[in-house]
Write a protein that binds this ligand. Structure first.
Ligand code: KG4
Ligand code: ZN
Length: 339
């Protein structure tokens, strides 16, 4: 595939972050995000509120991304945008904006799958994982193990049958009285705790995941303990976080070990918001050292939702001339590796 020096603007609006970034010449020139703090008040993302906030944020965020990149709109060669999966109302804002911008500038429009973009975030900066590699993609909405054969060829080997790993963090954290999103707080609190409580592991065959049993187990365990000691959570918060995190990490890493054994692939990458988890990163490096894996951990800036990953994924489609028409519409559900 011929390389190109084209400047690609990436736009991401699939959930609650409005993001824009510029990728050119193999480098991320800017990567801007407007977070929507308002959802903390509701304990989760409220779709209607998210959609409205995207409408307010999108113009200033795109403006900021272009300024930071030192480019004007006329310097852009394509607009890459997240077509799905995600919240319909949120996606619509990014899709409509991208269509209008591409039309007014007379440049191509490139649709990007959000989950594929999480994987391709690994190509935002070196070291790049060599193909084929396995990618554990763990976010608030998804948990998948992907076989990545090239920029465009990805196969889902296993995925969650119920909650995503991020939801497991957020929902168990809510039971502990932590605010939304609880994942980063559990991560922080777990550092001062020890794994003292045993939570069950789902007994699934194959490479799929399940996290709903963990949430129920934590709920019943807390009910029982709080019945005897109403201060139980406060007195054991760090240990509870360490124990929950340990179980989630074990579930994830065991499946990765199985996938690596079955495919004989030792290049292992992680992506998505939960890949920021320090316990998961540490465990992967430890297991990787034992199993002789080469482990690829994305920079935190590129692990949580961002637009650089959309611009990178868009760049590789741009090289292939895979453009979308003005009739393109968002997809709330869209499996990676599928057209
Ligand atoms: O990829 P992402 O930013 O958005 C989605 O596409 O969902 O992922 C957000 C998820 C949330 O569930 C959040 O709690 C989780 O990632 N998360 C973490 C950490 N940082 C973010 N979970 C555990 N530990 C972290 N350090
Ligand atoms: Zn995401």
């Amino acid at each position: 595939m011929e390389k190109s020096n084209a400047a690609i603007l990436g736009i991401e609006s699939s959930c609650d972050d409005t993001a824009a970034a510029v990728f050119q010449g193999g480098r991320v020139l800017s990567n801007c995000v407007a977070n929507q703090e308002i959802h903390r008040l509701y304990g989760g993302v409220v779709p209607e509120v998210a959609s409205r906030a995207h409408q307010v944020n999108i113009v200033p965020v795109v403006d900021r991304a272009l300024k930071q990149a030192g480019l004007g709109v006329k310097d852009l060669q394509a607009i890459a945008f997240t077509r799905g999966p995600g919240l319909m109302g949120s996606l619509l804002v990014g899709v409509s904006f991208s269509k209008a911008m591409a039309l007014s500038l007379g440049i191509p429009l490139v649709e990007v799958n959000h989950m594929e973009a999480h994987v391709l975030a690994h190509f935002a900066e070196p070291p790049y994982p060599p193909f084929p590699f396995l990618c554990l993609t763990v976010s608030g909405g998804h948990t998948q193990i992907l076989l990545v054969e090239d920029y465009h060829k990805m196969t889902v080997l296993g995925e969650t049958l119920d909650d995503a790993a991020g939801e497991a963090f957020d929902k168990t954290g809510k039971l502990l009285g932590l605010g939304y999103p609880a994942g980063p707080q559990i991560d922080r609190l777990a550092r001062d705790g020890s794994v003292r409580f045993e939570f069950p592991e789902p007994q699934l065959k194959g490479l799929d995941f399940s996290f709903s049993g963990l949430k129920t187990a934590v709920l019943y365990f807390l009910k029982k303990e709080m019945g005897q000691n109403p201060q139980f959570i406060q007195e054991n918060l760090a240990d509870l976080c360490a124990s929950i995190q340990h179980r989630i990490v074990q579930i994830l890493v065991k499946r990765l070990m199985k996938a690596s054994k079955e495919t004989r692939i030792r290049h292992i990458a992680i992506a998505g918001g939960v890949s920021a988890n320090s316990g998961l990163r540490k465990e992967l490096l430890e297991v990787g050292a034992k199993k002789n894996w080469e482990v690829f951990l994305p920079n935190l800036e590129f692990s949580t939702d961002n637009a650089a990953m959309v611009a990178v994924a868009g760049y590789y489609k741009f090289l292939k001339g895979e453009f979308s028409g003005q009739d393109v519409s968002p997809l709330a559900r869209w499996a990676p590796g599928r057209d």
